[in-house]
Design a protein around this ligand. Sequence first.
Ligand SMILES: [Zn+2]
Length: 361
Amino acid sequence: MLFAYTYVPHAMEKMQAFIDFIFFEVWCKAPGNGDFQLELFDANAELKELMLVFNYDDTQGGDFFYRHVERIYGLFAPLPSAQIDQLREWYRANNDIEKVCANDPAVQIARYVDIAAIQPALSRQLASFFKGLYSQQLLDLAALREKIGQIDEHYQAFMQVNTTGKCPFCGLGDIKGVHHTRREAYDHYLPKAHYPFNSINFRNLAPACHECNSTYKLSKDPAHNGAGRRKAFYPYTTVAHGIVITIDLNTPDIDRLTPADIQLTFGPAAVHEEIETWKEVYGIDERYKAKCCDGDAKDWLEQLRILRDAHSITPDAYLATVQQQTVIAPVANCNFLKQAFLEGCQRAGLFDAIAMEGAAP
Ligand SMILES: [Zn+2]
């Protein structure tokens, strides 16, 4: 990804804290702990209050929550302690998103298929619960909203801090900010279709543009490909990686440019594996090449001709300006891609041709 988000703490994190309690203090302690009852929540007064409301709640969301917590307790009860230990380890690993992204060997993550291999019925119930946890129906329940706030409030607080207005995953799409009444969807970076335990963990939730979220990524898994585990960029990393993009063109004929004429190279080599994952998950090659073949790229070149004719500014001088803009604001107006494209045009001999056109009598 082109840049990282700044993580913004918010009351909604309490939902993950509730789930942590349910997992470690209720489910994992189910063996030998008797029947499911509200006293199991005594050590967490707020959650107990919620469970009490949900128990008598006939709305779908409350009933969904309570019945799943109860049913999964029943499925944990007969598990041998070695399996409980394994589940604890998977829960902690799946929620350490930064280490998952780094493919840290100390962190053994689990997908539903992994749990199904030891406990198929449990895997099915966990899938039903964790996929349903991040739903408007549940999060909109008044009793829950009182305690954790609303997702729209989280979005506003998030965008007050993250102000580029661009999608960090592609740099092409706009992201609605504090001046919009609507918001972008949050992407489950480790997809909730594959991973239990982290569907309401805000370290695993990141607003993304519609194209990234709903057209290209879908439920693609940044942590795995067909060959196994892989590294991925962590959306909230505090370590800058500064992706460098080089565009080479096989032809100076921009009017008839096709993706086959374009060669994209990405660096730095230190994050090669993360870059490969990013490109695959978000369709980056296809999207950047298409951008170079569409009207925006032609307009970038038209700008060179206008500046040459109206202001006697050379293509080289204009490129120097774009390079300065890219340093200051890489994702504004696709500067990062515009710079790489114009540099490619320069190497393909287009700048000389444009300067020559201007010099012609
Ligand atoms: Zn995007």
